[in-house]
Design a protein around this ligand. Structure first.
Ligand SMILES: Cc1cc2nc3c(=O)[nH]c(=O)nc-3n(C[C@H](O)[C@H](O)[C@H](O)COP(=O)(O)OP(=O)(O)OC[C@H]3O[C@@H](n4cnc5c(N)ncnc54)[C@H](O)[C@@H]3O)c2cc1C
Length: 418
C-alpha cells in the first residue's frame, strides 16, 4: 500500500509540498490536500509577496509540471534587484545587497499556479486528529463530519494552525503591539522622487513615533493590467485602539487576510493623517489614491511565535504528525521571510518523505531529522524578524539619531566589502 500523506492547508507551504512530492511520480506516495476554503477563489488573497532567489531556485523542479508558475516567477517585470531603507524625506540610509532571482508575486496568481494538476479537497476544515496504536495510522476529523486516514499528517495550516494546537499546544502566536494596514495604489500616483526610489525594488521609509511605510512596485504583466504600488503602513498600537472603530466586531482579526468591511473611509483618513504628519507629503498622496473598497487591507496586529516555544516542538520528537511553515514558526512580516521559509520547509520535507517512503522506521527518523532542521530555521527567522520589527518601530532619540547613523555606517561597509 502506498504511503498516505494528508496535508492540511492549501496555502503556499502545503501546495509546494504536494507539488514537490508529485514531480517525483513515486507510486509509493499518495498525497491528499485538505483546505478549509470553499474554492480556490473563496478568500481575498490580494496581497503581493516577495520571493527570494533561493526560493525561486527551490521551486525550479516544479516548472516542467507548472509552466504558469515558471512564467510568473521568471518574468523580468516581476523581479527585483534592490532593497533599501530611507528616512522620512526620501534620503537613502542603506542599500542592502539583494541576491539575484527574487520576484514579487500576487498571492492569488501564486496559488492558482501551484494548484495546477492537484486534486485539492476544498471545504474540508480540519478539526482534530487521533493516532491509532492499532493500525499506526492517523485518523482525521473535519468540521463537515467527514473523516480521512493517513500514514503521515502534515499541518500546513498557517499561523493559527489547529493541527499545532493539538500537536504542540505550548506554541503560541503572540500580539507584539504593532498595528499594520496595507493597500495597493496605481503606480502613477507616485511622485517622480518615489518612482525613482521604488523602480528596482523594495523601499522602507523610517519615520518618527515608530511609524514606518514599506512600498514596492508591481509592474503590469498581463494584458489590461495596471502597474501598481503595494504599500504597508505600521506603527506601535494595540488592537483595542482600532477594534470597533475601523473593524466590525466578531471578525477573525488574527487571520492574515481578514479585511475590515466597516469604516473603511475612516481607516483611510487615519492612514493618510498619520503619514502626512510624519513623512514627505508625496507618501500620503499614494495612500490617498488607494481604491478603498477593493485594495485596502486591515487593520491587523503583528504577531509572532516565541523562540522558546518553538523549541518545544522537539521534545518529544514528532511521530506521524509534522508541521511546516507558519503552523510551526509564524512570525512578523517585516523581514519578508514567512512564505520563503514555508517553501524551504516544504522542500526539505518532500525530500525526507520521498527518500524514506518504503521504510517505516527510516521514515520516522527522516521526519525527526526534518523537524530539527525546520525548527532551527524557524527560530533563526523569528529572531531576525522580531529584531527588525522592534528596530523599525522604535522611537525617541535613539531612533532619531543613532538608528540613521548606524544604517549609514552599514551602508558604507556594504559598499566597501560586498
Ligand atoms: C501582509 C503580509 C505580507 C507578507 N509578505 C511576505 C513576503 O513578502 N515574503 C514572505 O516570504 N512572506 C510574507 N508573508 C508571510 C507569508 O504570507 C506566510 O508566512 C506564508 O503564507 C506561510 O505559508 P503557509 O503555507 O505556512 O501558511 P498559509 O499560507 O497561511 O496557508 C495556510 C492554509 O491553511 C488553511 N487552513 C487553515 N486552517 C485550516 C483548517 N482548519 N483546515 C484546513 N485548512 C486550513 C488556510 O486556509 C490556508 O490556505 C506576508 C504575510 C502577510 C500577512
Amino acid at each position: 500500500m502506498p504511503l498516505r500523506v494528508a496535508i492540511i492547508g492549501g496555502g503556499i507551504g502545503g501546495l509546494v509540498l504536494a507539488q514537490l512530492l508529485r514531480i517525483r511520480n513515486n507510486p509509493d506516495v499518495l498525497v491528499q490536500v485538505f483546505e478549509r476554503d470553499a474554492t480556490a477563489e473563496a478568500r481575498d488573497q490580494g496581497y503581493y509577496l516577495g520571493l527570494t532567489g533561493e526560493t525561486v531556485a527551490l521551486l525550479q523542479p516544479t516548472f516542467e509540471n507548472l509552466p504558469k508558475l515558471a512564467e510568473l516567477l521568471k518574468d523580468s517585470r516581476s523581479t527585483y534587484t534592490a532593497a533599501r531603507m530611507v528616512d522620512a524625506n526620501h534620503n537613502i540610509l542603506v542599500n542592502f545587497p539583494v541576491p539575484a532571482g527574487g520576484c514579487f508575486i500576487n498571492r492569488v496568481d501564486l496559488r492558482q499556479a501551484l494548484l495546477q494538476g492537484l486534486d485539492v479537497q476544498w471545504n474540508k476544515q480540519f478539526v482534530s486528529y487521533s493516532e491509532s496504536l492499532e493500525d499506526g495510522a492517523v485518523h482525521i476529523q473535519f468540521r463537515d463530519g467527514s473523516t480521512a486516514t493517513a500514514d503521515i499528517l502534515v499541518g500546513a495550516d498557517g499561523a493559527n494552525s489547529p493541527v499545532r494546537e493539538q500537536r504542540a499546544p505550548a506554541v503560541r502566536y503572540n500580539d507584539l503591539g504593532v498595528t499594520t494596514i496595507a493597500g495597493v495604489s496605481p503606480l502613477e500616483s507616485a511622485s517622480p522622487a518615489i518612482r525613482t526610489l521604488v523602480n528596482d525594488g523594495l523601499v522602507r521609509w523610517l519615520g518618527p513615533d515608530g511609524h514606518t511605510v514599506m512600498m514596492f512596485p508591481v509592474f503590469a504583466v498581463k494584458e489590461g493590467q495596471q502597474s501598481q504600488l503595494m504599500w504597508v503602513l505600521s506603527y506601535p498600537g494595540q488592537r483595542a485602539d482600532w477594534e470597533g472603530k475601523f473593524s466590525g466586531s466578531g471578525e477573525d482579526v488574527t487571520d492574515e487576510y481578514s479585511e475590515s468591511s466597516h469604516a473603511r473611509q475612516a481607516l483611510m483618513e487615519d492612514c493618510v493623517a498619520r503619514t502626512q504628519a510624519r513623512f514627505a507629503p508625496d507618501l500620503a498622496d499614494i495612500i490617498r489614491a488607494t481604491p478603498t473598497e477593493v485594495n485596502l487591507f486591515g487593520p491587523r496586529q503583528i504577531y509572532s511565535t516565541e523562540v522558546a516555544q518553538v523549541r518545544t516542538l522537539l521534545s518529544p520528537p514528532c511521530g506521524r504528525v509534522i508541521l511546516l511553515g507558519d503552523a510551526a514558526h509564524a512570525t512578523t512580516t517585516h523581514r519578508g521571510l514567512g512564505a520563503n521559509t514555508a517553501v524551504a520547509d516544504a522542500a526539505d520535507l518532500a525530500q525526507s518523505i520521498a527518500g524514506a517512503a518504503g521504510d517505516s522506521l527510516a521514515l520516522i527518523q527522516a521526519l525527526q531529522q526534518y523537524e530539527k532542521v525546520m525548527v532551527a530555521r524557524g527560530i533563526k527567522v523569528i529572531k531576525e524578524s522580531v529584531q527588525v520589527t522592534g528596530s523599525i518601530h522604535s522611537s525617541g532619540w535613539s531612533a532619531t539619531w543613532i538608528r540613521p547613523a548606524f544604517l549609514r555606517v552599514i551602508n558604507v561597509l556594504i559598499r566597501l566589502f560586498v
